[in-house]
Structures are given as structure tokens and as C-alpha cells.
Design a protein around this ligand. Structure first.
Ligand code: ADP
Ligand code: MG
Length: 451
């Protein structure tokens, strides 16, 4: 379909001035536009803090007031007074849901509460677009974004989403700029769900796929994907093109510029994905199936903290195949996803991403999980590790990589090393702590990317 799907992240919709910058990008599109917005920067984190048992009543009240103030600052710039009534309704829901959650801390109520950030931002964003002369209309994404009922991290139900988009969303797109919410969905019973932390990029990709778009654009606060997080190392270089494989592994292994699942719909639907800055909309990165330059090279470095190396030394109770089958069944039952696994004779190791433990206020490593795994063999856990990933093209064939690695990493304790399994990345699991991360990343960047 001839359509432009655009997603504006939290910093792109942080306040009235930021929203007005988005209006210029929308106006420049010659095609019909579907806009997906996140909550105002920082709001979802505040909503999440409301749910923590240790948050005091006074702290909750101050968070609620702060959220009101942030949204009211945008409201104050608007001439349309109808918006005020709608925003007040959402503010009342915020107060009520926060009280309900304190009495009954259940995931369904939490998802409803978390959805308010996007529901408020999209309401205000639509009003700002109208005021800027754009014929915009607000659309509740829950009418089409059907998910499972796994609250906190619901799975999209793709055939349903496609059908609902064709029926309910496609007809609207021809006439107006449609504004909708990222991050949220709805299960078969009509309960609000969320697709996981910072998943608005994923929403945009899913909607683009369902509507047969040939690309989608992620507008954020950086001018595309860089060779390293520019906040970590300012000499980071912009990357103009990445292949799906490279970008998928880069985002999986720590580059938070895109939600790690964003590229799944892109790959399925062969849709190109653009990443650019809503503050300075020149340049940017295009992610696509094929790229021209296929020279083996490291293009980016990323890190991911709070990783766990789980090693099981299996006994000889069962064959290796049976062991693996049971092991994966247990992980599946506990909804543990992982990206790195190796199986060596008696030992099986797995890297678990526990970086959301502060967000969810609980670790992936529950007592129940560990109790079940103990039956399979001897368990060894190393927690608080850092994953350092080098991503690019044909990494195992990269000249000088081995020498540079031994030179740069010689003072590091390496807990696991993943090399050769993927053409797109090389991963090192290490004890690397904060004070050593930046110098190590800088040295690798200078030798592999700048040099
Ligand atoms: P949004 O709110 O728009 O979704 P995010 O904060 O989720 O924005 O993502 C943008 C941020 O991702 C950047 O500000 C940057 O600090 C971070 N980032 C991490 N790795 C990279 C990378 N390789 N290239 C660009 N940005 C990166
Ligand atoms: Mg993001």
C-alpha cells in the first residue's frame, strides 16, 4: 500500500516544541501517513514506579502530579478546549488505577495503567497536529493490535492484526493523517495489554506489515544507527546502511536505538526500516535485505549489562538430545528467552538477559526455575556480566580481528566467547564493570572502526 508509517519516540514527543517538529516531518510526506507515538519521554518509567510496592503514598502523589504537569504544559498551548475534558478523564483513570493497583497488584491492572502514557500523548499529539494545520485523526490502536493475554509482554496475534487493520484502519488512512499509540494492544477479551518495554518501534513495524507498507520510519533523538551508542562514546560514526542480519544482531545485543523485535516484521514483510532524528531530519540509516558493500568488516560495537551465564553440567541420566529437549521445555514454561546457547560435551551454557530486573523488580532467575533445572544436572551461575558485541558483515573473515581482540581484551576476564556461529556478530561475555567499559569500547572502536 502507498503509505508512510512513522513512529515518534518519547524524546520526539517530549513537549509541545518537540511535537511541532514532528508536524514538519509529517507535512513533508507526499503519501498518506500513519503515525505511531510513544508516551512523553520518561512518563512510562514514572507509571511503572507507581506499581512498585516500596513506592510511598507521597511519592505516588508526586509522580501523578508530575505527569499532570507535563501533559498540561502541552495542553496550555492548545486552543481546542475539548481536549482538556478528555485529558481530565485519563487523569482520573490514572489516579483510580494507581489506587486499584495498590490494593490488588495484578498484571492486568498494571498494563491498563501503563497504557495511559501513550493514550495521553496520542491525544495531545493529534491536537497539536490539527493546530499545525494537519488534517489528523486519533485512532485507538487497541482496535487492531490484537495480542495474547500475557500481560507485561503480550505477543501480537498476526493474522488477527492483519484482518482488523484491513477492516478498521485501512479505510481511514486515505483521507486523514492517522495518529495512534505504540506499546499497547488488546487481548481477545478487550483487556489492555502491552507489548513489552519500549516496544513502540515494534508496533510501527507490525502495523506497517499488516498494511503491506514497503517501509517504515523510526524517528528518534539520534540521526540513525551509529557505530556505538553516541552517549557512551561521542566519536561514534553514523551508519548509512545495514543489512537485516546486522541490524537484528546489533539491536539484540544492546543497541537500544531500536526495540530488538522491530526487525522481525521487516524481515517477514521485506520492508525497509529507516532510523532518523526528528530534531535534525537529515541523514539517517536504512536497514534492508541487501546492501551494496559486502566487505568483511566490524560496523558497530554494543554492550548489554546484567547478563547471566548459566551453565549446566549434565549427568548421564539421559541422552544429550533428551537433555536438551527437557532443558528447552523448562525455559519455555518459564518464558525465558535467550539469544546465545552453546552445547559442549558435558556442558550446556546459555546467556540470559536479566537487564529488566530493575524494571520488573524481579530477576528472571526464579527459585522455581532453578529448582527445576537442578534435576537436569549441576548448575553454575555467573551473574552481573556484560555482553560486548561486535557487529557487522562476515565477521569471522574480518582481517586483523583476532590480533586486535587479543591485544585489546588481554586484561579482561572472558567468561564466554561466541565466534563463528553467526556471520554478523562476535560476542564476548565478560566481567567488564562500568569504569572499564568506556575505555574498552573506545579502544575497540579506534582499532576496528576508526583505524
Ligand atoms: P526513543 O524514545 O525515540 O525510542 P531511545 O532512547 O529508545 O529513543 O533510542 C535512542 C537512543 O538509543 C539514543 O539516544 C542512543 O543513546 C541509544 N543508542 C544505543 N545504541 C545506539 C547506536 N548504536 N546508535 C544510535 N543510538 C544508539
Ligand atoms: Mg526506543
Amino acid at each position: 500500500m502507498l503509505l508512510e508509517v512513522m513512529k515518534f519516540g518519547g524524546s520526539s514527543v517530549a513537549d509541545y516544541a518537540a511535537m511541532r517538529r514532528c508536524a514538519m516531518i509529517i507535512k513533508a510526506s507526499p503519501k498518506p501517513v500513519l503515525v505511531v507515538v510513544s508516551a512523553l519521554a520518561g512518563v512510562t518509567r514514572k507509571l511503572m514506579i507507581l506499581s512498585y510496592p516500596q513506592t510511598t503514598k507521597a511519592e505516588k502523589q508526586s509522580i501523578i502530579e508530575d505527569i499532570h504537569t507535563r501533559h498540561n504544559a502541552v495542553l496550555d498551548q492548545l486552543k481546542d478546549t475539548n481536549i482538556k475534558i478528555k485529558l481530565t478523564e485519563l487523569n482520573t483513570q490514572l489516579q483510580d488505577l494507581s489506587e486499584m493497583l495498590a490494593k490488588e497488584p495484578i498484571p492486568q491492572i498494571l498494563d491498563e495503567l501503563l497504557s495511559l502514557g501513550e493514550r495521553m500523548s496520542s491525544l495531545l499529539f493529534t491536537a497539536v497536529m490539527l493546530q499545525e494545520g494537519i488534517d489528523a485523526e486519533l485512532f485507538d490502536v487497541r482496535l487492531v493490535m490484537r495480542t495474547t493475554s500475557t500481560y507485561g509482554k503480550a505477543e501480537p496475534v498476526l493474522p488477527k492484526i492483519k484482518k482488523l487493520c484491513a477492516e478498521r484502519l485501512k479505510p481511514l488512512l486515505k483521507n486523514k493523517v492517522t495518529i495512534t499509540q505504540g506499546f499497547i494492544g488488546s487481548d481477545a477479551e478487550g483487556h489492555t495489554t502491552i507489548l513489552g518495554k519500549e516496544s513502540s518501534d515494534y508496533t510501527a513495524a507490525l502495523l506497517a506489515e499488516a498494511l503491506d507498507a514497503d517501509h517504515f520510519k523510526i524517528w528518534t533523538d539520534v540521526a540513525g544507527v551509529f557505530s556505538v551508542d553516541p552517549k557512551l562514546y561521542p566519536q561514534a560514526k553514523p551508519i548509512t546502511q545495514l543489512s537485516f542480519g546486522e541490524a537484528l544482531e546489533l539491536t539484540t545485543f544492546g543497541a537500544k536505538v531500536l526495540h530488538a523485535r522491530t526487525l522481525e516484521p521487516a524481515i517477514r514483510g521485506d520492508m525497509q526500516c529507516y532510523v532518523g532524528s526528528s530534531i535534525a531530519p537529515q541523514g539517517g540509516t536504512w536497514i534492508k535485505a541487501e546492501i551494496k558493500d559486502t566487505t568483511p568488516q566490524v560496523k558497530a560495537i554494543s554492550i548489554k549489562k546484567d547478563q547471566v551465564l548459566l551453565r549446566i553440567e549434565r549427568g548421564f541420566k539421559t541422552s544429550n538430545l533428551n537433555f536438551l529437549e527437557t532443558f528447552l521445555e523448562i525455559l519455555n514454561k518459564h518464558q525465558i528467552e535467550f539469544d546465545l546457547l552453546s552445547n559442549h560435551g558435558l556442558s550446556t551454557t546459555l546467556v540470559l538477559d536479566d537487564s529488566l530486573k530493575n524494571w520488573h523488580q524481579k530477576s528472571l532467575l526464579s527459585e522455581d526455575l532453578l529448582d527445576e533445572l537442578k534435576y537436569l544436572g549441576k548448575i553454575n551461575l555467573s551473574q552481573g556480566l556484560t555482553l560486548l558485541a561486535l557487529t557487522g558483515q562476515n565477521i569471522p573473515q574480518c582481517p586483523k580481528i583476532k590480533n586486535i581482540l587479543t591485544e585489546t581484551l588481554k586484561d579482561l576476564r572472558v567468561d564466554a566467547f561466541y565466534y563463528g556461529a553467526s556471520p554478523y556478530s562476535l560476542c564476548i561475555l565478560t566481567e567488564l564493570k562500568d569504569e572499564k567499559i568506556i575505555p574498552t569500547v573506545a579502544r575497540l572502536h579506534q582499532q576496528l572502526i576508526e583505524g
